[in-house]
Design a protein around this ligand. Structure first.
Ligand code: AVJ
Length: 320
């Protein structure tokens, strides 16, 4: 039996819709305009992301999988985890390598904002691992959250490089709330994409097949559906660029012409000048010293650092 808190539905439930309204109102009335990346992931957006992970240009998923396959036994030996909490679990595909290696595992807690991704992942896991307790949580872990009481030691995994989608102050708050979940013996397993040459990075976020462009524009469809807006995704171009100062990739949507977009759910009309951009995502890239410094800032110690063969991506283990 899973802990899914409510049945499947196509739209957002009350509290989530309220947060979307606040995010869109705040983001589209400021200069420059922004939208938070978490709203990419409705059912369609989650599918598009899965498609991105199979693109030749998008290396992070394969690089991280290589690390997990090679290091899962070491991770299991180092943590002896009885509970695995996975933040932003998505389809939980990469988690299988961990689950297979964690022989003492009693409970798996996938946490995600995407209900559709959670439901699918949970159902297939229950079939594969009978006896494993699964408590799926639909939650925005960037907002801070509590965990069900589960056996220790616990391993909190935050993989995929999703930490890079948080802005620096959000990362600080996130690491503090993770630290607050950990008791002695627990650990954090963190996946981070690494700084590398600009063209490799930009191609990973601007693929030839246009899947990332469709993923980026999907946030407009979410706002259309949930808030009754009349965004036409064809009015925008997908932009991916490397911000060398902050060492992050930015995705933006650039208006092709002057636009006036109605958002009835917010009683709002949003004006765009031709060429005006909305920043929809940052994806920060890290170095070993920046990871270590950020963990230390939240009173955690980096205890292991693994990269793939070519040094594109890292998985870290940290302790309270
Ligand atoms: C896996 C969520 C971190 O930032 O690389 C993929 C999301 N955005 N292509 C990333 C994403 C554009 C992805 N995360």
């Amino acid at each position: 039996k899973t802990g899914l808190t409510r049945a499947l539905s196509t739209g957002l439930a009350g509290p989530q819709r309220r947060v979307l309204r606040e995010d869109v109102l705040h983001g589209l009335t400021r200069t420059p305009k922004t939208l938070p990346p978490k709203w990419f992931y409705d059912a369609r957006g989650s599918e598009l992301f899965e498609e991105i992970t199979r693109l030749p240009e998008y290396y992070p998923t394969r690089a991280e999988r290589e690390i997990l396959v090679a290091r899962a036994p070491e991770i299991a030996a180092a943590t002896e985890a009885r509970t695995l909490v996975e933040l932003g679990s998505g389809s939980s595909e990469k988690t299988r390598h961990l689950l297979d290696a964690l022989t003492d595992l009693h409970t798996y807690v996938p946490v995600d904002v995407s209900e559709s991704a959670l439901t699918g992942a949970t159902e297939s896991l229950l079939a594969e691992r009978p006896g494993l307790q699964v408590h799926a949580l639909i939650a925005d872990f960037t907002a801070g959250f509590a965990l069900p009481g589960t056996p220790e030691p616990r391993l909190v995994a935050f993989l995929g490089g999703t930490i890079g989608n948080l802005l620096p102050p959000e990362r600080t708050a996130f690491f503090a709330s993770v630290r607050a979940l950990l008791v002695p013996g627990d650990a954090l397993l963190l996946g981070t994409d690494l700084v590398k040459d600009e063209s490799t990075l930009v191609r990973a976020y601007d693929d030839a097949a246009g899947v990332t462009a469709a993923f980026n524009k999907n946030v407009l469809s979410v706002i259309d559906r949930e808030l009754g807006a009349d965004f036409d995704p064809d009015d925008f171009d997908h932009v991916a660029l490397w911000n060398a100062e902050h060492e992050w990739i930015e995705m933006r949507l650039r208006a092709r012409r002057p636009l006036s977009v109605k958002v009835p759910g917010l009683d709002l009309v949003v004006q765009f000048e031709a060429g005006e951009e909305v920043r929809t995502e940052v994806s920060a890239k890290f170095r070993q010293d920046s990871v270590q410094t950020e963990l230390a800032g939240a009173c955690m110690k980096l205890t292991r650092w693994w990269t793939d063969e070519t040094g594109r991506f890292a998985v870290s283990l940290a302790r309270a």
